[in-house]
Design a protein around this ligand. Structure first.
Ligand code: ZN
Length: 361
């Protein structure tokens, strides 16, 4: 049985501790103390990720949530109604992902009290998920035995099971033209802004197809109004659920910039790297099926979702671990109208507990 009072109190305690990315210590101390009191063997790695181990029978399983939150996320005052908890509207609430942390702690408490046989667990609370899944990427795999993970970090319906997430390439393009006085001798200059504009005009941005998107998020060029701008920087991305398609889009960006740079006799540095690995699981995958079965047993309909964004699950997947993001129950993450229901947190804690017990044989 899930203890509703525990869920409510733990969540409100967590939300009261500031934890913007890079400053997770307060939340980390709170969790550490909680786990140690519960007798869980727990360690902290060099990056600040917490790793707890709990013995059990059957295949080991990772339960994971991230400890950091986005801005504006300091001095959060939660308004707790009978079921819905929200912020005052000046800050986020931080249910992303403190609801996930709460649910995992509640699962551990319930398992301890039930004394039922369950799978061995590796509990991983990460730092710096929001700044580009940095914490999980630095995890030392040698310390991890599990090949499967539940990442409790999907917003929306409680019954959410995420089966796909994109590969994301990021590109930093530096265009070098030539500075000149804009009034006296513009013909001596090469406008890097014009080169950038010429290239961008020829690119297709936004949605490319159902699983592929392009975006230029930042463009910075020029320094003074009356000078031909020598330098323009462009930060772009291409993401797709298919690696090949994402690569194809990167190639289009590259060719477009190369063409315009040549046309205007400018120079360019084009840096590209895979910021995050994607994953795709079939709904018939045994791990995914065993998850959806558990919701069905609870008389709920599992909600399969293909994500447009990344989470720590992408970091685990890149390390060869089958990681499935599941709902934490919150709505409107990263916004000041973020909210979560206690009843949803309770439902998810029950779902995870059942899953861990029922898949232990
Ligand atoms: Zn999150």
């Amino acid at each position: 049985m899930i203890d509703e009072k525990f869920i409510r109190e733990t969540f409100l305690n967590l939300v009261a501790i500031d934890s913007p990315s890079g400053h997770e210590n307060g939340v980390s101390d709170f969790i550490l103390e909680h786990l140690q009191e519960a007798g869980v063997k727990v360690s902290k790695d060099a990056s600040g990720n917490l790793i707890g181990k709990i013995a059990g029978t059957g295949k080991p399983l990772i339960l994971s949530a991230h400890m950091d939150t986005v801005e504006p996320g300091r001095n959060i005052k939660a308004i707790a109604g009978k079921d819905v908890i929200r912020s005052t509207g000046d800050t986020i609430l931080g249910a992303d992902d403190k609801a996930g942390i709460t649910e995992i702690l509640s699962v551990l408490k319930t398992l301890r009290e039930s004394k039922k046989q369950h799978r061995p667990l590796e509990i991983i609370f990460t730092v710096e998920e929001e700044t580009g899944i940095n914490g999980v990427s630095k995890l030392d795999l040698k310390k991890i035995a599990s090949k499967e993970a539940l990442v409790v970090d999907a917003s929306g319906l409680a019954e959410t099971i995420v089966t796909a997430s994109p590969f994301i390439f990021v590109m930093d393009v530096e265009i070098r033209g030539r500075a000149a006085h804009a009034g006296n001798s513009p013909e001596k200059g090469i406008s890097s802004i014009q080169v950038a504009a010429d290239a961008i005009r020829s690119l297709k941005l936004g949605r490319i197809d159902s699983e592929t998107t392009n975006n230029i998020g930042i463009i910075r060029g020029g320094e003074i109004r009356n000078g031909v701008p020598a330098l323009t920087l462009i930060h772009a991305e291409a993401r797709s659920h298919k690696l090949e398609k994402a690569k194809r889009e990167v190639e289009k960006y590259k060719q477009a910039f190369e063409k315009s740079v040549k046309k205007y006799d400018a120079k360019m540095k084009f840096k590209v790297y895979l910021a995050c690995s994607g994953f795709k699981y079939s709904e018939n995958d045994e791990f995914v099926r065993s998850l959806s079965r558990e919701w069905t047993k609870m008389k709920k309909k599992p909600h399969f979702k293909k994500a447009g964004g990344a989470s720590d699950a992408n970091g685990f997947a890149a390390k060869g671990i089958k990681a499935v993001p599941i709902g934490y129950g919150g709505k409107n993450p990263h916004a000041v109208n973020e909210s979560v229901r206690v009843s949803d947190m309770k439902k998810i804690a029950q779902f995870i507990t059942n899953f861990i017990i029922n898949t232990s044989k």
